[in-house]
Design a protein around this ligand. Structure first.
Ligand code: PMP
Length: 330
C-alpha cells in the first residue's frame, strides 16, 4: 500500500538560531522538527517503526498498533497508521497536555489515559500498553503490533538514515557537535551514529532535564538524579534499548528555569514558539558552546511547537503556580 504522508516526513529546515549564536560566539542551528506533518520529531520514529513492522510481516493493513507514549509518538503512529490502513491505540499518562490529547484524538488514535505512576509499578502506561497488546492479539485478524519505541531499534535506525544524514548534508559536513535531550534515545543515538561514521571527532552530548538519570549515567555510569521537571516527552530513568551502545560523549544538565527562560527569549528574538524540550535542547547547546572553540557549529533539535503547550508553559497562571519564569508578554 502506498502512503503519500510517509514521504512528507523529514527533510525539515535547519534554522540558524540568532540569540543563542550571538550570545555564545558559536553557530547554533535548530532542526525544525515541529514542521513534520504530525508536528514533532517523533513522526520519524513512527514512520520507521511502522514500515519495519510491515516489512517483517508483524502487521498488515487492517491491523492494530498499540503504544505507550507521552503523546508525540502516538500522533505520528496515528497519522502514519491511518495513511496505511492501520488503527492505533495509545496509552498515555494523564499528566500530559490537553492539546496533545486532542491532537491524538483528531489524528485517529483511540486514547487511554493512565494515572501517572513510577516505571516500576505494573500499572505504568508503558507496561499497560504492552499488556493491552498481548490481550488484543487474541481478537485481531490482521495482526497487533506493540510499537515499543523504547527498545525497538527501528526508532534509532530512522534517525540514522533520516535526521543524521540530513544534518550532515545541511551543514556540508561542517558540524562540530550535536546535542539533544532523551525520551527514548532514538534521536540522540541515531544522529550520533551517523555523525560519528562520518567524523569521529564530532562531539555528541545529552541535554538532560532535572529528575532524569542520563546526565549521571554519562558522567559516572550510575543511574541517579535530583530535582524534577515539568517538561514533557523527555526525562529518562533507564538505559533503553535505543540508548544502550549509543555513541554519546558528554552530558549537560539543564533545569526548567534555564530551559523556559531560553524558550521565551527564542520567541522574542527568533520568532520561534517551541515546546519545552526544545528549551532544554537549546539551553544545552549554549552550555556546550561555552566549552567549544568560538565559531564552532552546533546542531540541536526543535522537537515540537509551543502551540502544543498553550495551556501549560505558555500560560501565565500555570507558570506562576509552578514558580517558573514568565515573560511580561504572556
Ligand atoms: N521532545 C519531545 C517533545 C518528545 O515528545 C520526545 C519523545 N518523547 C523527545 C523530545 C525525545 O526524543 P527521543 O524519543 O528520540 O529521545
Amino acid at each position: 500500500m502506498q502512503s503519500g504522508l510517509i514521504n512528507a516526513i523529514g527533510n525539515t529546515p535547519l534554522i540558524k538560531l540568532r540569540y543563542p549564536s550571538e550570545s555564545t560566539g558559536c553557530e547554533i542551528y535548530g532542526k525544525a522538527e515541529f514542521l513534520n506533518p504530525g508536528g514533532s520529531v517523533k513522526d520519524r520514529a513512527a514512520k520507521y517503526i511502522i514500515l519495519d513492522a510491515l516489512k517483517n510481516k508483524k502487521i498488515e493493513p487492517g491491523g492494530l498498533i498499540i503504544e505507550g507514549t507521552a503523546g508525540n509518538t502516538g500522533i505520528g503512529l496515528a497519522i502514519c497508521g491511518r495513511s496505511l490502513g492501520i488503527r492505533t491505540h495509545i496509552y498515555m499518562p494523564d499528566t500530559q497536555s490537553e492539546e496533545k490529547k486532542s491532537v491524538l484524538r483528531i489524528s485517529g488514535a483511540k486514547l487511554f489515559e493512565i494515572p501517572a505512576v513510577p516505571f516500576k509499578d505494573p500499572d505504568h502506561y508503558v507496561h499497560t500498553a504492552e499488556r493491552a497488546a498481548r490481550e488484543a492479539k487474541k481478537n485481531e485478524q490482521h495482526g497487533v503490533f506493540y510499537a515499543n519505541q523504547w527498545d525497538n531499534l527501528a526508532n534509532r535506525e530512522g534517525h540514522i538514515h533520516s535526521t543524521g544524514s540530513e544534518i550532515w548534508s545541511q551543514t556540508n559536513g561542517q558540524i562540530d557537535a550535536f546535542i539533544c535531550a532523551i525520551g527514548t534515545g532514538g534521536t540522540i543515538t541515531g544522529v550520533a551514529e551517523f555523525l560519528k561514521s562520518k567524523n569521529n571527532n564530532a562531539v555528541t552530548a545529552i541535554a538532560d532535564p532535572m529528575g532524569a538519570n542520563m546526565y549521571s549515567w554519562v558522567k559516572s555510569g550510575e543511574l541517579s538524579t535530583e530535582g524534577s521537571s515539568v517538561i514533557e516527552g523527555i526525562g529518562q530513568g533507564r538505559v533503553t534499548g535505543n540508548i544502550a551502545d549509543g555513541k554519546i560523549d558528554d552530558a549537560y544538565r539543564v533545569d526548567d528555569q534555564e530551559a523556559l527562560s531560553c524558550l521565551f527569549k527564542l520567541a522574542e528574538t527568533d520568532g520561534l514558539i517551541l515546546g519545552g524540550s526544545s528549551g532544554i535542547n537549546v539551553a544545552g547547546a549554549m552550555k556546550l558552546a561555552r566549552d567549544l572553540k568560538k565559531g564552532s557549529t552546533i546542531v540541536t533539535i526543535l522537537c515540537d511547537s509551543g502551540f502544543r503547550y498553550e495551556s501549560k508553559i505558555y500560560n501565565r497562571s500555570y507558570l506562576q503556580s509552578k514558580n517558573l519564569p514568565c515573560p511580561d508578554w504572556l
